[in-house]
Design a protein around this ligand. Structure first.
Ligand SMILES: [Zn+2]
Length: 292
């Protein structure tokens, strides 16, 4: 179980601008990102700087109701433009307790970097963070909310902390079933979650590419699981890197609530789709939560 508490913390943004480039995991296209500090209570926003049509809105708020696709990654859209594979960057922002930031991107997909959120965390550390003049608003869970789909299940329950656990089951002896329950307080996001990379199976690569996915995927930005071994030269970063990455993804998806969450999230064999369904159900009924 991962647990963190946010009581009486000031909102934060970055001290200095950050810039980086890289290719998208699915599109294979290069994009450049600049992240700028942002005002209190402005939240996380994406701006597509390549959109020159003045009739199109280029600004997308990173919120659950803007999620337009959850196929293999989380995509947000404002109806005019979209940005995909936002979950690892959102996870880093959540893990670093950054409330407000404007993300300028000149393409449709966030760079995959090394497949984890560690490069983003390091960039945020390098840029420095500043406390702002208002306290963080927290989304406190009041009632249990659960959604499921076949064997996949996610739920969120009242808790004194933001805590998270996850269970995966794969039909591969290199993964099998993994349950991650670790405590993360005092900023352990970086050491326990951030470096866990996205993963895929060698046997699926061709099919994915035929469908237009994973075009930018390689051993440089994903753990690739073969029939008998992990294909990456250095092996795994954690014994249970796979389930830790699912936690990384969930932290990113949950940050689309627009607030840090005080509650206990538990996921089983689930992913981006159910994470978004959970936020939809949670936030559609005000008796499920309060903003404190
Ligand atoms: Zn991921």
């Amino acid at each position: 179980m991962i647990a963190t508490t946010f009581y009486k913390q000031k909102q934060k943004t970055i001290k200095n601008e950050i810039s980086f480039s890289g290719i998208g995991l699915h599109s294979g296209k290069k994009s450049h990102i600049t992240i700028k500090p942002s005002e209190v209570n402005s939240g996380i926003n994406f701006l597509r700087t390549d959109v020159k049509d003045v009739n199109k809105n280029a600004l997308i708020m990173a919120l659950w109701h803007n999620v337009s696709s959850t196929t293999l990654s989380t995509t947000i859209s404002n109806g005019d433009v979209s940005v995909s594979t936002i979950e690892h960057l959102m996870s880093a922002l959540s893990g670093m307790h950054i409330d407000n930031a404007l993300i300028l991107i000149d393409g449709p997909e966030v760079p995959i970097m090394d497949g984890s959120s560690k490069p983003f965390v390091e960039l945020f550390e390098k840029a420095g963070l500043v406390k702002q003049d208002e306290y963080r608003k927290i989304l406190k869970i009041i009632k249990k909310v659960e959604v499921s789909n076949g064997e996949s299940l996610v739920k969120i329950l009242p808790s004194n902390y933001f805590s998270i656990d996850f269970e995966i089951v794969f039909d591969s002896h290199l993964i099998n079933s993994q349950l991650c329950q670790l405590q993360l307080i005092n900023g352990n996001y970086k050491s326990d979650v951030a470096s866990a990379r996205t993963f895929g199976f060698e046997k699926d690569v061709q099919k994915l590419r035929e469908k237009g996915y994973a075009l930018g995927g390689s051993l440089e930005n994903a753990v690739v699981v073969g029939d008998n071994s992990i294909l990456n030269k250095g092996g795994l970063r954690f014994k249970d890197e796979f389930v830790r990455h699912k936690i990384l993804d969930s932290i990113g998806d949950l940050y689309l609530a627009g607030y840090p969450i005080q509650g206990y999230f538990s996921g089983k064999k689930s992913g981006h789709f159910l994470n978004n369904q959970l936020l939809n159900k949670l936030l559609s009924d005000h008796s499920n939560f309060e903003i404190i």
